[in-house]
Design a protein around this ligand. Structure first.
Ligand code: ZN
Length: 241
């Protein structure tokens, strides 16, 4: 088992530090470099760091929930019919959104994870690539149990760089469940890992499509209509595409 990451600051601490996600502060680069020697694989390190900064911001849960922003404050969202993305789980599977976009917790408006989603996937659920691309970062040695880890963070994750310049990130994965390697090309819908509970209290998949460290508003072409993004509490089935 790899040693615990040094990225496990509580989300609110990271957010309050003013890290934008565009830069890689020297104070954070050093811990990442240490972890890289112990099992965290990044290629190249600098490219993947922006995702780590975003993911360390995490899914919240440590603070007091506030009222979610209204849809009017969140978006706009691209046309679902033209979306290059599919849901990050296999066709036929259905999961609820347990933290949505602009949610007043870890995905609050103005944060790097404003447009990230948490899907209520039990540990061991299949996670697939939302689009084709190249794996640029992963970690799979983190404990499945947050209580063991003792701190917040992305836990185990995979990041994929897509040809359109955006990257997708899948976090809190099950320990030793990652099925891809750095530099590997993966196809849309390919099984890449299993979901888990690493770096958080409750099993779920943290997912987002990122540009320069910020999650972007996305839609998915293989599920029912969601013109204002997926809705918190609603269940979405991954349909064929
Ligand atoms: Zn999240």
């Amino acid at each position: 088992m790899s040693t615990q990451m040094s990225t496990g600051n509580r989300p609110e601490n990271v957010l309050s530090s003013g890290i934008s996600g565009d830069a890689m502060p020297a104070s954070l680069l050093s811990p990442f470099a240490r972890v890289a020697k112990q099992g965290l694989r990044l290629a190249p390190l600098g490219l993947a760091c922006v995702w780590l900064v975003s993911l360390v911001a995490g899914c919240g849960g440590g603070g007091s929930p506030t009222e979610p922003d209204t849809p009017a404050q969140c978006g706009p969202y691209p046309d679902q019919l033209d979306s290059p993305w599919v849901l990050p789980y296999p066709v036929g599977d259905s999961y609820a959104v347990v933290q949505g976009n602009c949610d007043g917790r870890g995905h609050a408006a103005g944060t790097t994870n404003q447009y990230a989603y948490d899907f209520g996937m039990p540990t061991g659920s299949a996670v697939v690539a939302t689009g084709s691309g190249v794996v640029v970062g992963l970690e799979e040695g983190e404990s499945n149990d947050k209580a063991v880890k003792g701190s917040w963070g992305a836990g185990n994750f995979v990041t994929i760089q897509h040809p359109n310049g955006l990257s997708s990130a899948y976090a809190h994965l099950e320990q030793w469940s990652v099925l891809v390697e750095i530099g590997e090309f993966v196809s849309q819908g390919q099984l890449i890992a299993r979901s888990g509970n690493s770096g958080t209290y409750n099993p779920h998949l943290h997912f987002g499509v990122y540009a320069s460290g910020y999650a972007t508003a996305v839609t998915f072409r293989n599920t029912r209509a969601h013109p204002n993004g997926l809705v918190l509490g609603e269940v979405y089935t991954a349909e064929g595409y």
